[in-house]
Design a protein around this ligand. Structure first.
Ligand code: UDP
Ligand code: MG
Length: 138
């Protein structure tokens, strides 16, 4: 069994896509074991995207991620890190496989609707960044 962190980003929430995205997760047989709605401040968003701090897109990414509420979720299933990345599609919606969330709902390479951890290590960091153990169910 594996866990990953999923985020419905501000464009997903403001465009009314929460239900559609959760439906896709549940239809895959992936369990949601933690969920909350948050509005990140700059400090919290910068800490989350720390690995990207020196990228040219960093400041714009932080503007975007603090622009409105988000939904953060912990997903649990076998191989869920890869499975959720597959459901999301590639970072750039123009490159994403047809049928994926980003291909169908993403606006551009920045405003791409969803986040998913990219490895076991980042999943652990990201889950602990938003959730206490007591906030997750089993
Ligand atoms: N991003 C961006 N411009 C880029 C690459 C990424 O604005 O050229 C944003 C985008 O929102 C992306 C996030 O930064 O989801 C994190 O980038 P990463 O390369 O980790 O992509 P992801 O893992 O989300 O597919
Ligand atoms: Mg990433």
């Amino acid at each position: 069994m594996e866990r990953t962190l999923a985020i419905i980003k501000p464009d997903g929430v403001s465009n009314g896509l929460i239900g559609e995205i959760i439906k896709r997760i549940e239809n895959e047989g992936i369990k949601i074991v933690g969920m909350k709605m948050l509005h990140l401040d700059r400090f919290k968003a910068e800490g989350f995207y720390y690995v990207h701090r020196s990228k040219p897109f960093f400041n714009s990414l932080i503007d975007y991620m603090t622009s409105g509420p988000i939904v953060v979720m912990v997903l649990q299933a076998p191989d869920v890190i890869n499975r959720w990345r597959k459901l999301m599609g590639a970072t750039d919606p123009k490159q994403a496989e047809p049928g994926t969330i980003r291909a169908e709902m993403g606006l551009n390479i920045e405003r791409n609707v969803v986040h998913g951890s990219d490895s076991k290590d980042s999943a652990m960091y990201e889950i602990n960044y938003f959730f206490k153990g007591t906030e997750l169910v089993d």
